[in-house]
Design a protein around this ligand. Sequence first.
Ligand SMILES: Cc1cc2nc3c(=O)[nH]c(=O)nc-3n(C[C@H](O)[C@H](O)[C@H](O)COP(=O)(O)O)c2cc1C
Length: 316
Amino acid sequence: MNEEQIAEMLQTNLWKLELEHPLVMGAGVAKYILGPEGLEGFLSTANASLLIGGSFTVAPRAGNPGEVCWSSDDGRVTVNRMGLPNKGMEELTHHLPGLMPKARAKGRPLGISVAADGDSPLPLPDQYAQLASAAFAAGADLVELNLSCPNTESDIIAFNLDDLQSILSHLDQNLDAAQHNVCMKVSPYSQSSMIEDVAALANQFPIIKGIATTNTFPNALVLEDGRPVISSNEGLAGLSGPYLFPIALGQVAQWRRHLRAEKYILGGGGVTTVQDVLAMRSAGANAVFLVSAVLAQKPGIFNRLLNGLVDHYAQL
Ligand SMILES: Cc1cc2nc3c(=O)[nH]c(=O)nc-3n(C[C@H](O)[C@H](O)[C@H](O)COP(=O)(O)O)c2cc1C
């Protein structure tokens, strides 16, 4: 392939959002807007085609105490029970508008992941609607609804069809579907019919443009010298990294079967190699996100994978 054909192979769309290449920085790496550990810092260091910050909740959250994230030395297993630490909606409202022009100048769209907080007095649909409206008002190119955090005291929303229905219906009424790019971040489902049911909901609401799959696999346990590596919840925590990859790939394939063709899939979970990216794409992912690999291998992984993809296509 020549350069032009390679560029064409790399280019992908998430609804109206055109991405230069398929490698996305997923939610959880940059939990803040400002600072070197925020979206601001990763804009300079991560050659991702889209960076997703958050998850943000309406009120700030401190997160869980003690050891909250652990990775094996070989990087194949990561467990975390961060518990959604973030500075709340105020950080979005105050600091995202100033960052958007810098992101545009670099040609890097920014997405914002938003999550409901079980401790909030606001009903779930209001929390998501307020957060999504605030993110779009601040200039976000995409909003990801985190419906699948397994690391707080609350139940996982992605398994509750009634809650999903009321959240999506409320968002559909409050946001202009013709303008806004909203996707749902879901859990890994071991029952295929559950994917079919949630896909039917996603298909029903025009505000939902796509699915991000998968979040961490809940309640994994890693022991070192007989003791849990994570401090809270008796060590039970969300699993990510390469051990998750075959499950994540299976999720993407099943979602592609049930989701309408015009809805996109942002696929990820354990992606670390060019082969993983290509497999995600052939299973039906429009773009591919990475989180644990960015934490373990630093943001340079984006350039390594991008160069690998270019080499791969150049040989075709
Ligand atoms: C330390 C850490 C923090 C995370 N925080 C979030 C988060 O705030 N919101 C979210 O939707 N997913 C979060 N995730 C899940 C990731 O976005 C991703 O779905 C999961 O880790 C699987 O991808 P990976 O194997 O590339 O890490 C987090 C994951 C890790 C490891």
